[in-house]
Write a protein that binds this ligand. Structure first.
Ligand code: GLA
Length: 385
């Protein structure tokens, strides 16, 4: 029997109606573009979050995590209130509760549920463990209650849970990647229309590996700085008379920059517009099977995030510089930044050597040992049982 289903049975004393899973993600390129209506190119990780679920009819939600030693957290559906999400040791439960709140707020009838959650997506690593939890919960509940949501609608709802219930002002990339990605493909995402294209991305066949270096740090300023970047972008778009920075074509960047007085806003705009362009060019190279040639775009993306967007940190910069010096085709931080993970595109046979070089560099710098894994583009959310 599926281990999550077994856990469910042990805790609640009866069997679940099904088990659903949704993965974490790595973003290949297209960082801090999603809240600017721009483009991103994430892919799903093999690591995923499973949710075993059964309906209830009494307006009660019970959520239990196999990874949290305390028992189930209970909510009354009618009392779910975004002004009072669970705090402290129960704060993880805000994600599934937020999904139920978002379903009810969208007038989608949910009568209650018992849930058990298990996950091997590392938390705090910038690999979207929260999106995996939201999307797995949303898929379980919409399937069980027969709610006909498309995958992009499901992702938008999961994002709403995170924005308006949990209170994190993220874009939609992580939830889209978790809900919509397919095995062996990167997901080209237009975050305005939610239109998506599945781009074949088979590193193994090309003799390549994508290393993910989890720096195991998250710097305290991450949340405030993310919100600040977001508002700078919105301020710049308004100053330029545009609905969003997505509407500034790459070819018009210099003229637009000349119209902005504030050097910080100029840097932020330069990052977003050049990053959208890098996504377009990366997609073209992937489609042409020229995977190695994406390396310089990845590295240019990192430099832009470090210098113009100022969301990197010494640990990420060290991971990137060391991987590059050890022969990577390109590398960059991935996700929101200020810690979390970096990725490096390398030859398959260089995996051990690059890993050793990064580990040694971290030790020499006095940083905690990084967690280094190879990632292969994997399937998006699905029903397992
Ligand atoms: C975090 C957010 C995403 C996105 C990235 C940066 O992962 O959750 O929506 O904005 O940062 O690209």
């Amino acid at each position: 029997m599926n281990a999550t289903a077994r856990e469910f049975r042990e805790l609640y004393g009866y069997g679940p109606e099904g088990v659903w899973a949704a993965p974490g993600r790595v973003n290949l390129i297209g960082e801090h573009t999603d809240y600017n209506d721009g483009f991103a190119l994430p892919f799903a990780l093999p690591q995923r979050t499973e949710v075993a679920a059964a309906r209830r009819t009494d307006g009660i939600l019970r959520v239990h995590s196999a990874d949290v030693p305390s028992g189930a957290v209970t909510f009354e559906l009618a009392a779910l209130d975004p002004a009072q999400p669970p705090q402290g040791a129960d704060s993880w439960a805000a994600y599934p509760a937020g999904v139920v709140w978002a379903l009810l707020d969208a007038d989608l009838p949910v009568s209650g549920a018992d849930l058990t959650i298990r996950s091997d997506v590392p938390t705090g690593a910038g690999l979207s463990s929260s999106a995996a939890l939201e999307v797995a919960t949303a898929l379980a509940l919409t399937d069980l209650h027969g709610l006909p949501l498309t995958r992009p609608e499901l992702a938008a709802l999961a994002r709403r849970a995170e924005n308006d219930y949990v209170g994190v002002p993220c874009g939609v990339m992580d939830q889209m990647a978790s809900a919509c990605a397919t095995d062996g493909h990167a997901l080209h995402l237009d975050t305005r229309s939610l239109e998506q294209r599945h781009i074949p991305f088979d590193c193994a066949a090309a003799g390549l590996r994508l290393l993910v270096v989890d720096t195991r740090v998250k710097h305290a300023l991450a949340d405030g700085a993310y919100a600040q970047r977001r508002s700078s972008c919105h301020e710049a778009a308004a100053a330029l008379g545009l609905p969003a920075l997505r509407d500034l074509p790459y070819g018009e960047l210099d003229r637009a920059l000349a119209r902005l007085g504030d050097p910080v806003l100029r840097s932020r705009v330069r990052h977003v517009v050049t990053e959208n362009e890098r996504v377009v060019r990366t997609e073209e190279l992937l489609r042409a099977g020229r995977l190695r040639e994406t390396g310089p775009l990845l590295s240019a993306g990192h430099a832009s995030l470090r210098d113009d967007y100022e969301v990197s940190c010494p640990e990420l910069d060290l991971a990137v510089a060391t991987a590059d010096a050890a022969g990577a085709y390109g590398s960059r931080m991935t996700g929101g930044g200020f810690g979390g993970s970096a990725l490096a595109l390398i030859d398959a046979e260089a995996e051990a050597e690059v890993g050793r070089a990064v580990t040694r560099a971290f030790r020499d710098a006095g940083y905690a040992a990084p967690r280094i894994t190879a990632a292969a583009p994997s399937a998006g959310a699905t029903r397992l049982v």
